[in-house]
Every structure is written in structure tokens, then in C-alpha cells.
Design a protein around this ligand. Structure first.
Ligand SMILES: NC(=O)C1=CN([C@@H]2O[C@H](COP(=O)(O)OP(=O)(O)OC[C@H]3O[C@@H](n4cnc5c(N)ncnc54)[C@H](O)[C@@H]3O)[C@@H](O)[C@H]2O)[C@@H](O)CC1
Ligand SMILES: Nc1ncnc2c1ncn2[C@@H]1O[C@H](COP(=O)(O)OP(=O)(O)O)[C@@H](O)[C@H]1O
Ligand SMILES: [K+]
Length: 523
């Protein structure tokens, strides 16, 4: 396979520690010696380190501390140390461990024979300019305690720039949990295949910037372990862009480009309806109607002149009481319901649950759904159903699942299996689960963690769905596209305006520029 295609495909794969172990076992039994693979991997790490060092202006005059553990993560660290030493760097190897694995011990012996500074005294690290962490990788199986835990805490308090090999030592490979304590890395070079920890919110603060170092694991061995159509996948730029409704069919008029109805907003939360509308605007959907309480109709018309604003009778508090009598829900391919509704709009949600088209429930619609019987209500539906809870909303919807499971990827999948709905579990690493597959958005920005970001996503997703439904294509891939696009807009906005400059309105203004940027790179 051509290297460029391989590198794109490999980005989609995610493994557990057990799967990684099984894949390694296959390649070792196929004949590559463990030591040879370690040399290869460390060579790739070193190659990448040269670029990272020059970005950080690290030269041979600087002191590099290499943290070495007992297993093959430590072995990788030792080979990296040896090669950096030969390149003329000032190296100190720090190892708080007395009983290494055989290969690791052998590399340690050789490093010592070369005269590389090797110490179990943590003070040797105090004047280092940069640290490379090879304490533990995916072999860490229990809590870190005692001397090693103390050492990790001291290292974190030194506030050095740290590059971790494979995983920040102390992070659980599958859940991202901190096993006692963990190295806080600035950059983590994940080896071979992405591990699940990189795709969950828990360990993100320890992982820092994540990069994959591919070391040519044969595709046949990967497939033999994870299957040809694996359950868990990373959303990649390619998968996201391929599902966009582009190019538009040359002869499509507005209704053929899809019709979306958004039911949102209240006197209290007017902005939610506007933000969802502006998210939908960027999707290019052919027709957009927005149903809001009568009293806020003028505000919506002003912000979204191209949309049809439907004024609805409202409660005393300014929430939608009911939809207008003459509304024909069969006209829409998709209905978005929820942003800013308040929990007074119960009747609306009950009605939308029976709609004969795709629906997306968000925000207050989910709070209302939680008070009904969510599993029954969702599983009775015959048309595509998408819910977009953040973890708080998810907990209210599925308390019985939360009681038994912590891993968010597994939770989202279980909820999809129970309900038949597509679950978009929002967070720093949003996860899209269907009953058969889970996709995770690997890149985002904390700039999005502020009020209204989710309304933009819901509107964008709502607008992307109708053309897919008209084309009778499956809907899950477009959900991934929406999640990816939303994050990319956040990343672009944060790059230009800092992480503080990405309010939800600004985010809506970056949706199209983010897409333009990507389309330029692939054309
Ligand atoms: N064979 C190779 O050359 C390759 C090595 N790789 C490296 O090997 C690593 C996996 O190697 P290992 O399986 O040896 O595992 P690790 O090096 O991650 O750690 C396992 C070692 O730590 C000990 N240990 C586990 N939990 C502990 C705790 N809480 N306190 C103290 N000691 C603890 C175990 O007894 C074992 O000796 C990967 O993360 C990667 O860095 C692979 O990525 C690539 C191929
Ligand atoms: N730390 C973070 N990193 C990346 N994305 C985040 C982070 N925090 C929140 N987000 C994203 O921002 C959006 C927030 O949505 P939501 O919680 O529904 O807020 P709101 O209802 O105020 O719009 C989601 O798309 C979520 O994935
Ligand atoms: K490590």
C-alpha cells in the first residue's frame, strides 16, 4: 500500500491494550525479533524528536533527561537515549526501578558501558532542559505507588517540557484514567496504533499534544485482531469530508437540497434558536424553518432573513406551548428539537417523538425526554433518531447504564444498542455511537467549552441531514462530519483569536472558513 494511503487509513484505527498486545504477538511470531522492532520504533521516535527539538530550540548543549521504566517502554527510552548520545546530546538516564525485563536490562547495561550518565537519583533531572518519559507504556496494569509515584509527582512539579513515549506513564491505556499518579506530558508520541486513552476526556490533560508514530504494522495483522470493520473508529479528515453534500447536484432546487425544521428558543433563551439557525445556515440546507414562541419571532427574522420563522403560541413564561395547528410535519426531512426550549415544552417533545422523519433531540428536549421513558420512546421510533447529550444529560437519560460502567465509549454504545438511536455523546472528545459502531472525534479545542457551542452543532447537523435522507443514504457518517466540522471551526477560530475568543456566535462565522481551508488542502 502506498505510504500516503496507509498513513490516512492507519489514523482511523483505535486499539485497546489487549488488542495491541495481540497484534504485537502476531508480528513477533511471524519472525521479527523483539529487539529489532525496538530499534526500529526508537529510530522513528528519534527522527521525530529531531524536529521537535529544533521547534523547542533544544541543541546538543542542552541536557536531556530520559526516564526509564522496567518494561519495553523503558527499553524504547534506552535506545532513544543511546542514539541521542551518539548524536552528541548531553544525556542523563534516570531509572527508579531495580528489576527490568531482560531486553531493557541489556540496553541499560550497554548504555552504562558507553559511559552515559545513569542514575536512580531524581536530583539528576533538576537541571534538565527537556524530559523524555519511558517509564510505562501500555503494559501498566496496576496503580503506581511508593518510590515511583513519588518520583512522578516530583517530575511533574519540576514543570519541565515532557515528551512521553507511547502514553504518559500512569495513564490507563483503555480508559485514560490516572492509575495513582501520572506524568503530565506536553507531547505524547503514541506508538504504532492509537490507543483508546487518547480518545477519552479523562486523561487529556496528561497527554498534551498527541502524535502517532507509525511503525509499519502489517494491515493483515491489525485486521486479524480488530476485524475488517472494527467497532471503534477515529473520525478522520478524509471520512468527514467524503460525506459532505459536495459538489451539489447541478439541477437541484431548494426543496431538493433538503428541508429542515428547527423547534427552539423561548423568551428566556432566544439565543439558542439563533445559534442553531446560524449553524444550520452553514450546512447549505435548501430550506430552513424555525419554530419559536411568537414573542421572539421578530428577533429571529432579523438574524436569519433567509429562514421561514414560524411563530408559536407560548406559555406565560414565554416557552413554546404548542406548534401552530396548520403545521405539516411531513414536509421536513429532519426536525431539530430542543435548544433553549425550557422544560415547559413537554407536549412538543412528545409530538416530535412520533414524527415520521429524522429527528435530532438536544438540550431541553433531552431533559424532557429523561422524564418520559427514554428507552421506550426512542426504541419505538421508525425513522432516524439522533440525540446529542453532554455527559450530564446522558446521566439523566440513562442512569441504569451509568451505575454499571465508567468508560464513556462503552456507555454511548450501550445507549445506542438499547434505543436504536444514534448517540452523540458530547465532550472534549465527542463520540458518535450507533448500535454497531462507535466513531470518536480526535481533535478539538477547549475553546468550545462555553454556552451555546452545542446549539451550533445541533443546527449544523440538522442542516446536513436532509440531503442525506433525500438521497436515501445511511445517516451516521454525516453525523461524524458535523462533529468534526464543528471542532475544526473551533480550532481555526482559536488559532486566530486565542482559546478565549471563540464564543458561539463567532464559532458560527468560522464554519465555512474552516471548510474552505480543508477543501483547499485536498484540491
Ligand atoms: N517490542 C518492542 O520493541 C516494542 C515496544 N513497544 C513499547 O513497549 C511498551 C510495552 O512494553 P511492556 O509490555 O514491557 O510494558 P511497559 O513497559 O509499559 O511496562 C510493563 C512493566 O511495568 C511493570 N509494571 C506494570 N505496572 C506497574 C506498576 N504499577 N508499578 C510498577 N511496575 C509496574 C510490569 O511488571 C512490567 O515490567 C509500549 O508501551 C511501547 O513503549 C511497542 O510500542 C512497539 C514494539
Ligand atoms: N473541553 C472541550 N474540548 C472540546 N470541545 C468541547 C469542550 N467542552 C465542550 N466542548 C464542545 O462544546 C459543545 C458544548 O455543547 P453543550 O454542552 O450542549 O453546550 P450548550 O448547550 O451550551 O451549547 C459540544 O459540542 C462539546 O463537544
Ligand atoms: K511512557
Amino acid at each position: 500500500m502506498n505510504a500516503k494511503i496507509r498513513s490516512k487509513k492507519i489514523q482511523q484505527i483505535v486499539v485497546t491494550a489487549e488488542q495491541m498486545r495481540n497484534i504485537e504477538e502476531r508480528i513477533f511470531s511471524a519472525g521479527i525479533p523483539v529487539a529489532a522492532l525496538m530499534e526500529k520504533v526508537a529510530g522513528k521516535i528519534n527522527h521525530r524528536l529531531q524536529t521537535l527539538f529544533s521547534e523547542k530550540s533544544i541543541t546538543s548543549a542542552d541536557k536531556i533527561g530520559i526516564l526509564v521504566g522496567p518494561g519495553h517502554n523503558g527499553g524504547d527510552g534506552l535506545v532513544v537515549a543511546r542514539e541521542l548520545y551518539f548524536l552528541g546530546y548531553n544525556i542523563v538516564i534516570y531509572s527508579p526501578i531495580s528489576k527490568p525485563k531482560e531486553l531493557t536490562e541489556s540496553h541499560a547495561k550497554y548504555a552504562i558501558s558507553l559511559g552515559i550518565n545513569f542514575s536512580s537519583n531524581i536530583k539528576e533531572l533538576y537541571d534538565c532542559d527537556i524530559l523524555i518519559d519511558g517509564l510505562f507504556g501500555f503494559g501498566l496494569e496496576r496503580e503506581i505507588t511508593g518510590k515511583i509515584a513519588n518520583a512522578i509527582n516530583i517530575i511533574n512539579n519540576l514543570n519541565k517540557f515532557v515528551i512521553s513515549i507511547d502514553l504518559p506513564s500512569g495513564i490507563h491505556t483503555d480508559t485514560g484514567e490516572i492509575l495513582g499518579t501520572a506524568i503530565r506530558a506536553n507531547i505524547t508520541l503514541c506508538l504504532g496504533l492509537w490507543k483508546q486513552a487518547f480518545l477519552q476526556d479523562t486523561g487529556l490533560d496528561y497527554i498534551g499534544r498527541a502524535e502517532l508514530i507509525d511503525f509499519d504494522i502489517p494491515r493483515a495483522d491489525i485486521n486479524a485482531v480488530i476485524g475488517e470493520y472494527p467497532i471503534l473508529n477515529r473520525i478522520t479528515q478524509d471520512t468527514a469530508i467524503n460525506s459532505l453534500p459536495l459538489p451539489r447536484p447541478a439541477n437541484h432546487h431548494k426543496y431538493k437540497n433538503g428541508y429542515l425544521l428547527i423547534i427552539a428558543g423561548s423568551k428566556q433563551y432566544t439565543g439558542a434558536a439563533i445559534l442553531a439557525g446560524l449553524g444550520a445556515r452553514a450546512s447549505g440546507v435548501g430550506m430552513l424553518s424555525i419554530a419559536v414562541p411568537n414573542s421572539i419571532k421578530p428577533l429571529l427574522s432579523l438574524q436569519l432573513p433567509e429562514s421561514l420563522i414560524i411563530g408559536c403560541p407560548e406559555t406565560e413564561n414565554g416557552a413554546i406551548l404548542e406548534l401552530p395547528e396548520d403545521i405539516d410535519l411531513n414536509r421536513y426531512q429532519t426536525i431539530v428539537c430542543g435548544p433553549g426550549l425550557t422544560i415547559e415544552a413537554e407536549a412538543i417533545v412528545e409530538r416530535i417523538l412520533t414524527a415520521n422523519c429524522a429527528i435530532i433531540l438536544d438540550a431541553d428536549a433531552l431533559n424532557i425526554l429523561a422524564k418520559l421513558n427514554p428507552v421506550l420512546a426512542l426504541s419505538s421510533r421508525k425513522f432516524p433518531t439522533i440525540i446529542t447529550p453532554h455527559f450530564g444529560e446522558f446521566k439523566r437519560l440513562f442512569p441504569e447504564l451509568i451505575a454499571l460502567e465508567k468508560n464513556q465509549i462503552i456507555l454511548a454504545k450501550q445507549a445506542a444498542e438499547l434505543t436504536g438511536a444514534i448517540i452523540v455523546l458530547k465532550g472534549a472528545r465527542t463520540c458518535v455511537a450507533t448500535p454497531n459502531q462507535v466513531w470518536i472525534n480526535p481533535d478539538s479545542t477547549p475553546a468550545l467549552g462555553r454556552g451555546g457551542s452545542g446549539d451550533v452543532l445541533t443546527g449544523l447537523l440538522g442542516g446536513l441531514l436532509p440531503p442525506v435522507i433525500l438521497a436515501e443514504k445511511p445517516v451516521e457518517l454525516i453525523v461524524n462530519t458535523a462533529v468534526w466540522w464543528h471542532s475544526q471551526a473551533g480550532i481555526l477560530a482559536a488559532t486566530e483569536r486565542t482559546e478565549l475568543g471563540v464564543d458561539a456566535y463567532t464559532l458560527t462565522q468560522y464554519l465555512i472558513p474552516a471548510l474552505t481551508q480543508f477543501l483547499k488542502t485536498i484540491n
